[in-house]
Design a binder for this molecule. Structure first.
Ligand code: PHB
Length: 390
C-alpha cells in the first residue's frame, strides 16, 4: 500500500489533517489503534477558540458545531467568596464555543467516511521505518494481518503515549516537562446549567470548574489527588466538595443532578520541540501537552495541522519544502504561548499543598489584579480566545 501522507492517530489532529489534505487533493491514510466507537465516546475537554471555529467552518465542518455548541462571550473567576466576569468579547472582540472534543471527532470521521476515506481502526503493533530515507513506511497489524504503508511523509498524531515520538532517537529529542502534584476529577451530570457561563474557582480546598455540554448535560471538575480512585468518591462527597469550592457569598447555588460519568485525569505540561525528524512530523499531543486549565489542548492540535496542511499544499504544488522546514518553529510559537498561559492559569487557580501562606496571598493578589485591571483581564482574555499576534 502507498499513500502521500501516512497519519498515525485518529484524534482531532490526525482526522482534521486528513480532511484538509483531501480538500487540497492530497491523499492520506489514517490508522488508529482504538475502534471508531471508542474514539467517538472518549470524554475529553471541549473549548474551541475563535480560530478553531473559523477553520472548522471554512472546511465545511462547522454546521453541527454552530447548531449544538454553545457560544460563550465571557466566563467567571470565583475566589474569596466573590465572582468576577471576564468579558471576552468586550475585551477582545472574540468568543469561544463549548463543543465537546468527541463531537468534533464524530463530525470529522463522518467527513472522512463521506469522502470514501475511512480511517483504519483497531490496528496494533504500529511501528515506523525509514524515517531518514526517501521511503518512510508504517507497519501495523489489522485483523490479524500485517500491513506496510509506504508514504512520502508520516505525521504522528498519536498522542502522548503513541509510537511516533518514541521513533525519534532519544538523544535527538529536546523535551521539556512539568508534572503537577494534582489531577482533575471530572463528572458528567444530568442537570440544567447552573450558570450561563463557565466558572473557574480558586478555593482553599482546591480548584473547581463548572462547564457545560448541552442544555441537559453539565460538565464539572474539581482538583483531586491524581493517584486517587473514582470509587473513593461517592456522589455526596463530590457534591459537598463542589458546593464548598464554587459557591460565592451572593447566594448563588450549584444545581445538582444525576452523575453518570466520573474520571480522574493527571496534569502535565510537556513540549517535545523536535517536531520533525527526517520524514516524520509530530502534531498535537504527540508533541505537546498542556494542563486543561487554559482549555488549549485541542486548539493547539488544530493549529499544528493547519500549518502542516499548508506546508504539504506548497510541497505538492511546487516541490518546495520551505514550509515543511519552517513547521516546527511556526508551530512552537503558539505552543509555547499556550504552555505559558496554561501553566499560569493552573498556578493561579490551584491549591499547592506545599505553598506557604505568603505564596497563597500572592495567588489571591494576582487574581484580584486580573479581575480589576483592564490590562490584566485583556491579557487573560486574548490568550483564552486565542487571538494573538504571531
Ligand atoms: C470542559 O468543558 O471540558 C472544559 C472547559 C474548560 C476548560 C477545561 C475543560 O478549561
Amino acid at each position: 500500500m502507498r499513500t502521500q501522507v501516512g497519519i498515525i492517530g485518529a484524534g482531532p489532529a490526525g482526522l482534521l489533517l486528513s480532511h484538509l489534505l483531501h480538500l487540497e487533493g492530497i491523499e492520506s491514510v489514517v490508522i488508529e489503534s482504538r475502534s471508531r466507537v471508542e474514539i467517538e465516546a472518549t470524554i475529553r475537554a471541549g473549548v474551541l477558540e475563535q480560530g478553531t471555529m473559523d477553520l472548522l467552518s471554512k472546511c465545511g465542518l462547522g454546521e453541527r458545531m454552530r447548531r449544538e455548541g454553545a457560544l460563550h462571550r465571557g466566563f467567571e473567576l470565583a475566589f474569596e467568596g466573590g465572582r468576577h466576569r471576564i468579558d471576552l468579547t468586550e475585551l477582545t472582540g472574540h468568543a469561544i464555543t463549548v463543543y465537546a472534543q468527541h463531537e468534533v471527532i464524530k463530525d470529522l470521521v463522518a467527513a472522512r467516511v463521506a469522502a470514501g476515506s475511512e480511517p483504519v481502526f483497531s490496528v496494533s503493533d504500529t511501528s515506523l521505518d525509514g524515517l531518514e530515507s526517501e521511503r518512510p513506511s508504517i507497519r501495523y497489524t489489522c485483523d490479524g494481518e500485517e500491513h506496510v504503508l509506504e508514504c512520502d511523509h508520516i505525521v504522528g498524531c498519536d498522542g502522548f503515549h503513541g509510537p511516533s515520538r518514541a521513533a525519534i532517537p532519544e538523544h535527538l529529542r529536546s523535551e521539556y516537562q512539568r508534572i503537577y502534584p494534582f489531577g482533575w476529577f471530572g463528572i458528567l451530570v444530568e442537570a440544567p446549567p447552573s450558570s450561563e457561563e463557565l466558572i473557574y474557582a480558586r478555593h482553599d480546598r482546591g480548584f473547581a470548574l463548572i462547564s457545560t455540554r448541552s442544555p441537559g448535560v453539565q460538565r464539572m471538575y474539581f482538583q483531586c489527588d491524581p493517584s486517587g480512585s473514582v470509587e473513593n468518591w461517592s456522589d455526596d462527597r463530590i457534591w459537598s466538595e463542589l458546593h464548598a469550592r464554587v459557591e460565592a457569598k451572593d447566594g448563588w447555588k450549584l444545581t445538582e443532578g444525576k452523575i453518570f460519568q466520573k474520571n480522574i485525569v493527571g496534569m502535565r505540561s510537556f513540549v517535545c520541540s523536535t517536531m520533525r525528524h527526517g520524514k516524520l512530523f509530530l502534531a498535537g499531543d504527540a508533541a505537546h501537552i498542556v494542563p486543561p486549565t487554559g482549555a488549549k489542548g485541542m486548539n493547539l492540535a488544530v493549529n499544528d495541522v493547519r500549518i502542516l496542511s499548508e506546508a504539504f499544499k506548497l510541497l505538492y504544488a511546487t516541490g518546495s519544502e520551505a514550509k515543511l522546514d519552517a513547521y516546527p518553529d511556526d508551530a512552537l510559537k503558539r505552543v509555547w504561548r499556550a504552555e505559558h498561559f496554561s501553566w499560569w492559569m493552573t498556578s493561579m487557580l490551584h491549591r499547592f499543598d506545599d505553598a506557604t501562606p505568603f505564596q497563597q496571598q500572592l495567588q489571591v493578589a494576582e487574581l484580584k489584579y486580573v479581575a480589576s485591571s483592564r490590562a490584566a483581564s485583556t491579557a487573560l482574555a486574548e490568550n483564552y480566545v486565542g487571538m494573538l499576534a504571531s
